[in-house]
Design a binder for this molecule. Structure first.
Ligand code: KG4
Ligand code: ZN
Length: 364
């Protein structure tokens, strides 16, 4: 299959209702439209994403997102060769909203359908934005996930290591909650960190003294909580400059750990990769400027090409789903109408799960 594929992508795995049209030829890809309806205002009173509210909001607005995406691309449904939808992992109600909607569209318009792994969408984004060649080393760092992957092909991922507990985005969100900042926590913490002293609080660098590429972030928020309680005044208040210092110290700890483990993953990867290797970063936390600068510096020192997608393609979007679906479809993959939404769906199924596997299967 050599021709252009015009793919409608649909994403609803967490708290962004997104639709996009992407045109994919064998040698390049173009984003014709990308619509993202966030739900921050719906969840802000609850201090986190409420799955039931998220699922209802997706069901209410997914058709509008798709209409807008088609309109902005100046196309109709009949112009689409493929519908790609996030089939997991994620909050199951939200994933089901997208999957049911996509199945309905596919069946009624007779358009082929493909269920896409959300993590594959993030992991393949550097190919969408920078057309980098396979294989490449990737740090996928988001609200629910953190892993080092060698991306061998559109549906071939080798996990080198990852978090054994919280994901960094989760840690940013919890930090924001502890400090009374709005959700999602990442951008709020980053903004306060800009004016803070990153060296004021000595927060731990978990698992740094252990070999390998695994990470841990759950202890960091406990340390932050302790640091906060030590400077909280008797009337239970805390100065804005203290919040900035706590944010800056937390952000530096996350960035230090991710950079050191990236150094190790790169050294390992360089031993068997040819030419100039590429190190790519993706996922919501990859929007963090301090982390991007630190990783960029590491790549300069290591003489490795660094690739970080634009901020709007790091956080959740449907262009990455459309693109991943199109290149997997080109390989001959497609889904029947009977595929199911999956709350858990590891990218590398050849390895033991990192985060426990209950009834719903391994998380990552
Ligand atoms: O990839 P994403 O949009 O959704 C998931 O698949 O998880 O990532 C969302 C996460 C949230 O935890 C959010 O706080 C974090 O990414 N995030 C950031 C920044 N922007 C979003 N974390 C740190 N700095 C940022 N600028
Ligand atoms: Zn995501």
């Amino acid at each position: 299959m050599n021709q252009n594929i015009t793919c409608l992508g649909i994403e609803s795995s967490c708290d962004d209702t997104a639709a996009s049209v992407v045109s994919v030829s064998p040698s390049q890809a173009e984003i014709l439209s990308s619509v993202v309806f966030g739900q921050t205002n719906l969840h802000q009173h609850f201090g986190g994403v409420v799955p039931e509210i998220a699922a209802r909001a997706h069901a209410e607005r997914i058709d509008v997102a798709v209409k807008d995406a088609l309109h902005q691309a100046n196309l109709g449904l009949k112009d689409c060769d493929l519908i790609a939808v996030t089939a997991g992992p994620g909050l199951i109600g939200g994933v089901m909203s997208g999957v049911m909607f996509a199945k309905g569209l596919s069946a009624s318009q007779n358009i082929p359908l493909i269920g896409v792994n959300h993590l594959a969408g993030h992991a393949l984004t550097p190919r969408l934005t920078d057309n980098i060649a396979f294989p490449y080393l990737m740090l996928l760092v988001s609200g629910g996930h953190c892993q080092f992957l060698i991306v061998h092909g559109p549906d071939s991922f080798e996990r080198l290591g990852g978090t054994i507990d919280d994901a960094p985005g989760e840690a940013f969100d919890k930090t924001a909650r502890i400090l009374g900042l709005p959700q999602p926590g990442g951008p709020a913490v980053e903004s306060f960190a800009k004016t803070g002293d990153p060296n004021r609080f000595k927060l731990p660098r978990p698992l740094m003294d252990q070999p390998g590429f695994d990470l841990s972030f759950s202890g960091l928020k406990t340390a932050l909580m302790r640091a906060k309680s030590e400077i909280t005044k008797p009337d239970n208040t805390i100065q804005s400059s203290d919040i900035s210092d706590l944010c800056a110290s937390f952000q530096l700890a996350v960035s230090d750990v991710l950079t050191e483990k990236s150094r190790r993953a790169l050294n390992h990867y360089k031993t068997f990769s040819s030419d100039v290797p590429t190190f790519a970063v993706a996922g919501g936390v990859a929007a963090n400027q301090a982390l991007r600068s630190s990783l960029e510096k590491l790549c300069e020192q290591s003489e490795v090409r660094f690739c970080a997608p634009p901020l709007n393609l790091c956080t959740d979007n449907a262009a990455m789903i459309a693109f991943a679906g199109a290149i997997q479809f080109r390989m001959g993959n497609k889904s029947g109408l009977d595929f199911v939404a999956r709350p858990r769906w590891p990218l590398d199924t050849s390895q033991p799960s990192m985060l426990g596997s209950g009834k719903k299967g391994p998380k990552a």
